[in-house]
Design a protein around this ligand. Structure first.
Ligand code: BLA
Length: 235
């Protein structure tokens, strides 16, 4: 269902000389033959990004997932891009979360790198929501302007693609203009990326879902060695 979102990201990559990063066979694609669910993963890098990963989970009519995270290189203090989009077919519910995930909560940092999210979400009424439930701490690696939509078929068809397109383009442009870091040095940036991976490993509610389809062993390995690879690193 969300193939168009992956295509859109990849089209941007082609224009900007991204390279494909190798992924081990077990993560490239995994199929749960019982439910016929398929998970596919892709990873890329470029001059500005050390890793940009994309995950798609096709669980048929019941569940569709698109998830992507972009990690800038340690020399750049810009936010991590995070997107989590889920479609629950049984209840016809869309959950879309999109954010320029700040490395720090300093007000000037948030203004400089994240506040432009408002300009995007203001264009789309039904995405004009920043209230999270308490799965995650909204003050840790989320911006005050995080875009959240809990909607239905209408939101899905109408605006998601246009909103996503703007969201990606704006982020890429922010990373194109190589302004000097004002808030963090390279070592601090690296440590924030490590903290992000550790925090996400703890909080991401995806593990239950993965375990159901692909089992405990694969899921642990996937989280540790594909999704959040810095979670074992030390400062
Ligand atoms: C919520 N994400 C969720 C939930 C699930 C997933 C099952 C709970 C949905 C519910 O409330 O019913 C699933 N997360 C996944 C899957 C992957 C994943 C399948 O990472 C596959 C890789 N999550 C992220 C990123 C962000 C994020 C990068 O992975 C940042 C934008 C956000 N997901 C996020 C938030 C919620 C959520 C904030 C809770 C939404 C809320 O508070 O209501």
């Amino acid at each position: 269902m969300f193939e168009v979102l992956s295509d859109l990201v990849k089209a941007n990559f082609q224009k900007r000389n991204f390279n494909t990063l190798p992924i081990s066979e077990e993560f490239r694609e995994n199929i749960d033959h019982n439910s016929k669910s398929v998970i596919q993963n892709f990873a890329f890098e470029s001059k500005q990004f050390r890793k940009w990963r994309i995950t798609r989970l096709d669980g048929g009519e019941k569940l569709q997932v698109f998830n992507t995270v972009a990690y800038p290189r340690f020399q750049v203090e810009t936010p991590i891009l995070g997107v989590d989009i889920l479609w629950f077919g049984a209840s016809s519910k869309l959950l879309a979360v999109l954010d320029y995930q700040p490395l720090i909560q300093d007000q000037d940092y948030l203004e400089q790198y994240c506040s432009r999210l408002q300009l995007i979400s203001n264009k789309f009424n039904q995405f004009n929501n920043t209230k999270m439930k308490n799965l995650y701490d909204s003050n840790k690696f989320f911006s005050p302007w995080v875009i959240i939509c809990r909607g239905g078929q209408l939101e899905l068809q109408r605006d998601l693609n246009s909103l996503f397109q703007l969201f990606i383009q704006d982020y890429l442009e922010m990373n194109d203009c190589c302004s000097r870091n004002r808030f963090l040095n390279n070592e601090q940036i690296k440590n924030k990326h490590i903290d992000y991976d550790i925090y996400s490993t703890e909080k991401d509610p995806a593990d239950k879902l993965f375990k159901k389809f692909f089992g405990d062993v694969w899921t642990k390995n996937f989280i540790k060695n594909f999704l959040f690879t810095l979670n074992n690193e030390q400062h």
